[in-house]
Ligand binder design. Structure first.
Ligand code: ATP
Ligand code: MN
Length: 461
């Protein structure tokens, strides 16, 4: 009997052990294959958040960023962070492409990158505010996803027309109507027909006058059409495939007219609506430019050895005979950006971008060396309240996507005060390295560890 009951006990122990092993096995399978048996919802999947959750707190995001981007620079060249600053897998790619196969399309299969389905972020965005509070307590830190109300965009949204008492007449031009409807929180409404109308007008209306635009470093022309329509023209200067030359800094890079066009469309698709409408058009060098130019600009026209009409204009970069803009044979492609409202109607305020690069071959900007840089920015008006700092986060995301390292200043409309959107202007240096991710452009997001919820949602979508 005793021996029998012992055997029973033994059997019981063996059974319990088997059940325990099976249960553990099931849990492991569940975590690996996301079967949902453990009803895990947020916590494990949030483990995928890069840079933040693996270590402790938002500070680690910056440390990780600093380690990867700021401290590894040993070339002594502050601006050229790209090579040293990349995650390991990308460094391999860059090194390979450095010599000059940057014009080749990289083979996607080459990449040893893990695919992230961003399910953690999807989960997070779907939470209501109560669940978020709970999550916040669970992970023991505040999060950087800022909702609309907290982002300060829920206030009134007056237009320039409202504030300047502009009455839209029947015969008002498309650009006049566009200017009047620019509002405190966006350049144009999502479904306005005015944008497509403007693009069409700039593409098809006859050109009546061209003049060089002062300011900035590279050549730009002011194009006048009938009825006060005006556009800012950037000519195609180099072949469409021309990428940033390996030894060019971001501030000496050529400008690409098609970058201006693509950037406008991306800004629109992302729902920012902070870039003026830009379209492309072919111009006749003789009838559209030479015959409509005068003064200083006209004086720079010449006929090249192959009998093409060329000009170079006057500016600080690439405005000389060796960088002339020539017809091919007589046609020239360019970008046409709808002109901003005049200073009389809506003057803009120019702000120095806090994350501006050094624009120097050897010097670093403060944000590249100061681990608490964002903390400082957060306390300085207009970044201390309202939407401004979040707009800079959006701008960083936008610039990262277009590869624009040339964001030295930005502008806002004065009449809307400080709680207004930041204009997205000047994207000519975007898309210079289309097969390279310049992570340092995301420095504002990585250092402040914040992003606007609507932006995150659009990116996930
Ligand atoms: N669509 C526009 N309509 C009117 N003015 C504009 C427009 N876009 C830009 N500008 C003005 O023209 C100035 C120069 O334009 P932009 O920045 O594109 O040229 P840039 O040569 O690249 O300048 P920089 O060398 O300073 O970067 C800007 O500061 C801006 O105020
Ligand atoms: Mn520029």
């Amino acid at each position: 009997m005793y021996r029998f009951s012992l055997r029973l006990k033994e059997r019981l122990v063996i059974c319990v052990s088997i059940v325990a092993v099976l249960f553990t096995f099931m849990l492991v399978m569940d975590i690996q294959m996301d079967l949902g048996l453990s009803k895990r919802h947020l916590v494990p999947s949030h483990g995928k958040i890069k840079y933040v959750v693996k270590e402790d707190g938002p500070g680690s995001a910056y440390n990780s960023f600093k380690n990867r981007l700021l401290q590894k620079t040993n070339s002594g060249i502050s601006g050229n962070m790209s090579k040293e600053s990349l995650p390991n897998d990308t460094v391999v790619n860059t090194k390979r492409s450095h010599k000059d196969d940057s014009h080749k399309i990289p083979n996607i299969d080459d990449k040893d990158e893990q695919v992230d389905d961003f399910s953690d972020l999807m989960d997070y965005v779907a939470l209501d505010s109560l669940e978020r509070e709970k999550y916040k307590l669970e992970v023991g830190r505040s999060h950087g996803v800022i909702s609309k109300v907290a982002g300060g965009t829920n206030s009134d949204n007056p237009t320039i027309g409202d504030l300047k008492n502009i009455i839209i007449e029947k015969n008002s031009t498309t650009l006049e109507q566009f200017h009047a409807q620019i509002s405190q929180h966006e350049l144009y409404a999502e479904n306005t027909p005015l944008v497509d109308q403007l693009l069409k007008d700039m593409r098809t209306e006859p050109i009546v006058h061209v003049a060089q635009k002062s300011g900035g470093t590279q050549l730009k022309l002011i194009i006048d059409y009938p009825n006060e329509l005006q556009a800012l023209f950037k000519p195609m200067r180099f072949p469409r495939e021309q990428q940033t030359l390996p030894n060019h800094f971001y501030f000496t890079d050529y400008e690409r007219h098609n970058a201006e066009i693509a950037a406008f469309h991306l800004d629109r698709i992302l729902g920012f609506r902070r870039a003026m409408p830009v379209t492309g058009r072919l111009l006749n060098m003789t009838t559209d430019l030479y015959q409509k130019a005068e003064g200083d600009l006209l004086n720079t026209f010449f006929v090249s050895p192959s009998d093409n009409l060329c000009f170079h204009g006057k500016c600080s970069y690439y405005c000389d005979t060796s960088h002339a803009i020539c017809g091919n044979p007589d046609m020239l492609e360019g970008s046409f950006a709808a002109f901003l409202p005049s200073n009389k109607i809506a003057p803009t305020k120019v702000w120095r971008h806090p994350w501006r690069r050094s624009y120097h071959k050897r010097r670093k900007a403060q944000w590249e060396t100061d681990p608490n840089y964002c903390q400082m920015v957060r306390e300085i008006p207009p970044y201390d309240k309202g939407r401004r700092l979040l707009d800079l986060m959006d701008m960083a995301v936008f610039d990262f996507l277009i590869g624009n390292m040339d964001r030295h200043h930005y502008e806002t409309f004065r009449l809307f005060g400080n709680n207004t959107f930041t204009l997205h202007l000047d994207h000519g240096r975007g898309f210079g390295k289309p097969y390279h991710d310049e992570v340092s452009i995301l420095a504002p997001v990585l250092q402040c560890c914040m992003i606007r919820q609507s932006t995150l949602e659009v990116l996930l979508k």
